[in-house]
Design a protein around this ligand. Structure first.
Ligand code: AMP
Ligand code: TRP
Length: 325
């Protein structure tokens, strides 16, 4: 059975973009494949973090994974730092990666821009990500559009490694959805919806109340004109709401365009708020139930043990190939 791997950083709120672009696909894949889902706390350290806050965010993200429908009996859910093979393989892969290719990573350029001092970890971040993926002989990596370049780098590193040392790694492919792989910010629909945006009205958090969701969507920036049609280039605001609506309600773009023909932006916003609330409200309630009732440490410890059993075999194979074991 093909293996699936993906990860989310425990660095703040989980957004509707994370859910529509990634998490909902993780849930679907667990029924078709052997799946490994990771809370990538080591990646979160690339920007300054308060230790107590980080620990709390790991727990909340674990609860979000479960509330969204990840079943720990089907999928292996674990915390990256509890499987030390990730850091070890990352070092070995750093010796197989080039300054030039890492300098071309768009996410690094964006996060480093305008800063006087930048942690080396922010630069080597995609190599740790490659280690995450390659440790599990992964064939499929479901991610949002912004991670496509990182997965391509992972492929390049794996191919280079195999060429030099023999067939050690499975070369993975990304799986980026046609619709929803880049949910845009509500206040600036030409920018990606992001949890690191300091303006809370720009994103919807999975923990927002129905009132907050309603308010944010009603205030979303729309476009000139009045026609409701899917045209991301000329109507980025309306198109973003249509994508969010379509993915939340299960109605196709064509059906939505028909429903909203001749109606105003206000109607589209009201309807979008109601379908988003219908998806997120049960998840939000479930997150709080899980935080109170589930022994998350036990779930994550079991996940880490299952992950290590696979990761340690791959690491050993790599060490032997490179001559360090
Ligand atoms: P992160 O929160 O950066 O760890 O991202 C976790 C996953 O969510 C990755 O697969 C991202 O590509 C995806 N993701 C993040 N933001 C968005 C967005 N605005 N639209 C779609 N997918 C996203
Ligand atoms: N870098 C990814 C992000 O910010 C998170 C991540 C870490 C990841 N390791 C991964 C995603 C491995 C897919 C596979 O979204």
């Amino acid at each position: 059975m093909a293996r699936v791997f993906s990860g989310i950083q425990p660095s703040g709120v989980i957004t509707l973009g994370n859910y529509l672009g990634a998490l909902q696909h993780f849930v679907a894949r667990q029924y078709e494949h052997e799946a490994f889902y990771c809370i990538v706390d080591l990646h979160a350290l690339t920007l300054p973090k308060d230790p107590a806050v980080l620990r709390e965010q790991v727990k909340i993200l674990a609860a979000v994974y479960l509330a969204a429908g990840i079943d720990p009996q089907r999928a292996t859910l674990f915390v990256q730092s509890q499987v030390p093979e990730h850091s070890e393989l990352a070092w070995l892969l750093q010796c197989m990666s080039y300054l030039g290719e890492l300098s071309r990573m768009v996410q690094f350029k964006e996060k480093a821009e305008g800063k006087d001092s930048v942690a080396v970890g922010l630069y080597t971040y995609p190599v740790l990500q490659a280690a995450d993926i390659l440790l599990y002989d992964t064939s499929l990596v479901p991610v949002g559009e912004d991670q496509r370049q990182h997965i391509e780098l992972c492929r390049d590193i794996a191919l280079r490694f195999n060429q030099r040392f023999g067939d050690v790694f499975v070369v993975p492919e990304h799986q980026v959805a046609k619709l929803g792989a880049r949910i845009m910010s509500l206040d600036e629909p030409t920018k990606k919806m992001s949890k690191s945006n300091p303006v809370p009205a720009s994103y919807i958090s999975l923990l927002d109340t129905p009132e907050q969701i309603q308010k944010k969507i009603m205030r979303a920036v729309t476009d000139v004109g009045s026609e409701i049609k899917y045209d991301p280039e000329h109507k980025p605001g309306v198109s973003n709401l249509l994508v969010i609506n379509s993915l939340s309600s299960g109605r196709s773009m064509a059906v939505l365009e028909e429903i909203f023909a001749g109606r105003g932006y206000g109607d589209l916003k009201k309807d979008t708020a109601s379908v988003v609330i219908a998806v997120l409200e049960p998840i939000r309630r479930e997150v709080y139930n899980i935080l109170q009732s589930t022994d998350l440490d036990a779930v994550l410890a079991e996940g880490a043990a299952k992950a290590r059993a696979v990761a340690s075999v791959t690491l050993r194979r790599v060490q032997e190939a490179m001559g360090v074991r």
